[in-house]
Design a protein around this ligand. Structure first.
Ligand code: TYD
Length: 137
């Protein structure tokens, strides 16, 4: 069986001149959704992590707009870790995967585009519950 990545890279191109840098991500059809919400995570101490949940329906795209951090995703069997780095590629995460964000650099700012408005009902915050939910999908 062909192994398929969970995370899909989103290419970022740079337009640099004496006025500074412009980073642009043009989304491919398979990564596109109507962005209904965006949020930024910053000021995360070295000892702390974020995430530790899954979303049943929400699709997201993660970028580091400053600094760097690690994004780990799993479906309970496959596990993938990528480094998000400012000015480098972002990653599209489909619905239904557990995620952890850690190893934030001091200056890290993580920008997240989300396909839905905030809904606590879309979260699964227990890993055991997530594995049960995944098994029934
Ligand atoms: P959560 O998604 O658990 O944080 P992270 O994935 O960054 O670790 O959200 C933390 C809290 O913020 C939680 O109480 C829900 C709230 N929240 C909102 O109200 N709106 C939002 O768009 C997000 C992402 C979180």
């Amino acid at each position: 069986m062909k192994s398929q990545s969970i995370l899909k890279p989103v290419h970022v191109s740079h337009l640099m001149d004496q006025r500074g840098t412009l980073d642009v991500a043009e989304l491919k059809i398979e990564d596109q959704f109507e962005t209904k919400r965006l949020y930024c995570i910053s000021g995360v101490p070295k000892s702390q992590s974020r995430g530790a949940h899954a979303h049943k329906s929400l699709k997201q795209i993660f970028f580091a707009v400053a600094g760097s951090l690690e994004l780990t995703v799993t479906d309970g069997s496959t596990i993938e870790t990528v480094e998000l780095v400012a000015h480098k590629e972002g990653f599209f995460l489909p619905a239904g995967y557990w995620r952890d964000l850690k190893n934030f650099s001091d200056d890290a700012v993580c920008l997240v585009l989300a396909s839905e408005h905030f809904s606590e009902a879309d979260y699964i915050r227990s890993y055991d519950e997530y594995l049960r939910w995944r098994a029934n999908e």
